[in-house]
Design a protein around this ligand. Structure first.
Ligand code: IMP
Ligand code: MG
Length: 170
């Protein structure tokens, strides 16, 4: 078993979660946002952050699948969509990592077609070095180097999601 090396500890994660939750609560006061988590990677981050956002909100989940070909231009498909209508709603997407930017840009385009009042993006980790599609991250936890990250919900072949810290596999 490979031993992941901790790069962001649980205390630092908690502080970031509180910082983001305060910003979100401030920006969405009086709005009752719909938080849309991307499965499965965002599950722990989402579970933590919604308990720190002290305003009424609702949650939904979507599931994406990516099919990467020989080139890095993989295709992303929405394999589990929303159960409720989002027209006129204030949507906040919660994602674990933005890497190339493809996943969130596909989801953003899909959600915007359903004419919500607003769509913003809350991301735990940004890996800007591999970005191919520009993405505006409204609420960001940390910027990380181009390493393979696991822990705090994030997996390597479904392993390591349970780790309480964010770690890198060298
Ligand atoms: P993107 O579409 O290239 O931006 O990739 C985003 C998705 O790839 C995230 O939702 C993650 O599931 C996955 N991903 C990207 N980087 C990592 C990593 O370092 N560890 C685990 N998953 C990753
Ligand atoms: Mg993911």
């Amino acid at each position: 078993m490979i031993e992941p090396r901790v790069i962001i500890g649980r205390d630092e994660i908690k502080q970031a979660v509180i910082r983001l939750a305060r910003q979100i609560a401030h920006d969405y006061r009086g709005k009752e946002p719909l938080i849309v988590g991307i499965l499965k990677g965002s599950c722990i981050f989402l579970g933590d952050i919604i308990r720190e956002i002290n305003i009424p909100l609702e949650i939904e989940f979507v599931r994406l699948a990516s099919y990467s070909g020989k080139l890095s231009t993989g295709k992303v498909k929405i394999v589990q969509s929303l159960n409720s209508p989002i027209q006129g709603r204030d949507i906040l997407i919660v994602e674990d990592i933005v890497d190339t930017g493809l996943s969130v840009s596909v989801l953003l385009k899909y959600l915007k077609r359903k004419t919500p009042a607003s769509v913003k993006l809350c991301v735990l980790l940004d890996k800007p070095s591999r970005r191919t599609i520009p993405v505006t991250i409204d609420y960001l936890g940390f910027t990380v180097p181009d390493k393979f990250i696991v822990g705090y919900g994030i997996d390597w072949n479904e392993k390591y999601r349970y780790l309480p810290d964010i770690a890198a596999i060298d």
